[in-house]
Design a protein around this ligand. Structure first.
Ligand SMILES: [Zn+2]
Length: 440
């Protein structure tokens, strides 16, 4: 799993924000579009041109991701009295809505730092959440132990949503074979759908979410895909899956409408309190017998292997660079500390070999089959149907997709052609919104 998936209906996701910022930065005279052949690294964080060839830098050498962080900080983080007032107001609202009910809200509990600390704060504030744990069959024993310690110590009820492993395995294999980068999106999408289903079932209006700006706002644009895009999941599975997805929870239009009609609200109150990773871990260890996993999202064996093996080896991505850059931006780490941490191996070699054997066996692959998948060329999520894309709304245009992708690659380095095509799109009467999403 990656960042917390419960984005608000009315708010833009971090990923979408980054997309928008990246697009706008290309038209900003203060930014320089760098040549991808020359190495440049941000002077503030540790992201560089290898992490995103379209990264831009201002005259001080600060990248667009650092700027995006500042924008998100201004928009979402509320400090001091303002944060306390917002939090108290929301807590009272949640308690009032929960009057006469067994629970007043839901918390998705992965056992990681953010969600565990969120549960801790909820207890301090006197909330009565139902904790939901999503079991995609890859949880480490330590994660299970941590979760049980947390709910036991806090006196909360726990409900575990267990996904059909054969279906989920088929979907994971489909994503591996499709060679798209964001295999984790199928877990995050299912968690989102499952938690909304449970909120509707229990008639609960509030979902507490550990998503926060200080640790989760920096992510190079092409490292992830939109969590809610069920069209992309269906399309990739249709191309590479073997069996029907009968019980996989899709965050479909029907579920979204039901959640919208029930006015379900996602509350991210870690943005309203002083929140630092180090202090949160210390509290969890001292108060809830929580044990550190040694890496972000390493509570899940698949995620651990995905981040330390598949992402670097196949996609050239070291996810730690985004996590560490985020901590630099939020003042929780110095750039020098991040640089020395990134210079260390991401994981113990012997444990990595053990994980590799375990993952390959659990997915029902031979080592040769897995190595072949790893050697296949990387593809974009946009090679498949996506929600909001031109080809989704106008399937008749699908044969033109390779040409469209080719034009887009040119457009990134040719603003004149971009403007001409924008004009053409407008003349064709297509929505500019559709165009921007697809172009993105
Ligand atoms: Zn930066």
């Amino acid at each position: 799993m990656r960042t917390s998936p419960f984005d608000n209906f009315t708010e833009t996701t971090s990923l979408q924000l980054l997309n928008v910022d990246l697009l706008s930065s290309e038209h900003d005279n203060n930014n320089i579009i760098i040549n991808s052949t020359s190495f440049m690294q941000c002077s503030q964080c540790i992201l560089d041109v290898n992490d995103d060839p379209k990264i831009t830098f201002d005259e001080k050498g600060i990248c667009n991701y650092c700027k995006s962080f500042d924008d998100q900080k201004t928009r979402y983080i509320k400090e001091g009295v303002e944060g306390e007032m917002l939090l108290d107001e929301k807590i009272n609202e949640i308690k009032k809505a929960g009057d006469g009910k067994k629970y007043d809200c839901l918390i998705g509990l992965s056992g990681g730092v953010d969600s565990s600390y969120l549960a801790y704060v909820a207890k301090q504030k006197g909330l009565r959440p139902l904790c939901i744990h999503f079991d995609n069959s890859w949880n480490s024993e330590l994660a299970v132990r941590n979760i049980h310690n947390i709910v036991h110590k806090l006196g909360f009820d726990l409900s575990t949503y267990v996904i059909d492993w054969e279906e989920f395995k088929d979907l994971q294999l489909a994503y591996l074979k499709a060679s798209v980068i964001d295999i984790e999106v199928i877990t995050d999408h299912a968690i989102t759908a499952a938690i909304y289903q449970i909120a509707l079932k229990h008639n609960l209006k509030y979902i507490l979410d550990g998503q926060n700006v200080v640790t989760e706002a920096v992510l190079p644009t092409h490292w992830g895909w939109m969590i809610k895009d069920y069209i992309n999941i269906k399309s990739i599975h249709k191309n590479f899956g073997q069996r029907k997805l009968k019980s996989y929870p899709f965050f479909s239009g029907k579920l979204r409408r039901a959640a919208h009609n029930a006015a379900i609200e996602v509350v991210c109150f870690l943005n309203w309190i002083p929140y630092t990773k180090k202090e949160a871990k210390k509290t969890l260890q001292e108060e809830l017998d929580w044990v550190d996993y040694g890496g972000k999202h390493h509570e899940n064996t698949w995620t651990r292997f995905f981040q330390v093996y598949i992402l670097p080896k196949k996609f050239g991505v070291d996810k730690r660079k985004a996590h560490l850059s985020n901590l630099i931006c939020s003042g929780q780490m110095t750039r020098d500390e991040a640089l020395s941490e990134i210079a260390t191996p991401p994981y113990d070699k012997a444990l990595l070999e053990q994980d590799k054997k375990f993952v390959i066996k659990k997915l029902g692959l031979s080592e040769q089959e897995f190595d072949k998948i790893m050697s296949e060329p990387v593809r974009s999520h946009k090679d498949f149907d996506t929600e909001g894309s031109l080809f989704h709304y106008y399937p008749i245009l699908k044969p033109l997709r390779p040409l469209w992708n080719f034009l887009k690659s040119i457009m990134h380095s040719n603003k004149v052609l971009l403007i001409a095509l924008l004009n053409m799109t407008l003349l064709m009467g297509l929505s500019t919104e559709v165009f921007v999403i697809e172009f993105n």
